[in-house]
Design a protein around this ligand. Sequence first.
Ligand SMILES: [Zn+2]
Ligand SMILES: [Zn+2]
Length: 284
Amino acid sequence: MEYLRTDYHVHPDYSIDAAPVKIREYCEKALELDIKEICFTTHVELDPARRDMDNFVYLNGEKVSAFNYVWLDNYFEEIARAQDEFEHGDLKVKAGIEIGYNQGCEIHVEYIVNNYPFDFVMGAIHCLDHIAISSMKESPRYFQNKSLKELRDEYFTILMEMVKTGFFDCVAHVDLYIRYGIRVYGSDIFTVHRGAVEPVFEEMARRRMGLEINTSSRHRGLEEFHPTEEILDLAVKSGIEVYTVGSDAHSLDILGCYIDEALKILKERNLRNHVYTRRKATPF
Ligand SMILES: [Zn+2]
Ligand SMILES: [Zn+2]
């Protein structure tokens, strides 16, 4: 079976940490790379405790509150224009979002996912204790003050809560804590999931949620993708059948990177890559 290229994790210029690259430019590059379907996943963090740091998006080059939903109208219009322009060619364009989950954000997430016609809603844990563990600068403040057991308890507890909200179609980079955790905990970080991730995967399987293979780890000096193959095998064993692949591109040069390798990992396990239309997954 042929595994066609998709990139289901792309940050256009709305994300505050992304390069000023327009949706249209990503689509052109996707055509060049023979990517058949691209899903934009602008990143929002809705933790009120980090309001002054994170709760923003860029709209036409200006920083606006992520709670000012005018940006979403603009985002959907821009995606619709790209759909018109590129779908006669060979590229399908989808509207997605990556939402950083934390306790207290549910009311905002509910509003966003119920009021906009997303194809794909991805959930991610970027923060623990209101500290961004995804950030090189901030993460030592969390990791250096927590034992591995505390990290494990806190991360997998919040991950399970996120899954059980029912708001999300798919979990992004499920072992993101490895990215900078490895600097503090060393190789023990690679086994911390054992016994903790399985119940989460079983819950995801019951809900037919997807799991993302995120290739961004490779640019950051890690040998494996998110998740590692050991964790992926636990997902398979737990019954998860829906997988997506994403580069987590924040700039044009990263689009599609290592996607072929991610597809190979799926193929080796007889798993199918998936795409989403209006929140419904289909094998691709
Ligand atoms: Zn993320
Ligand atoms: Zn991302």
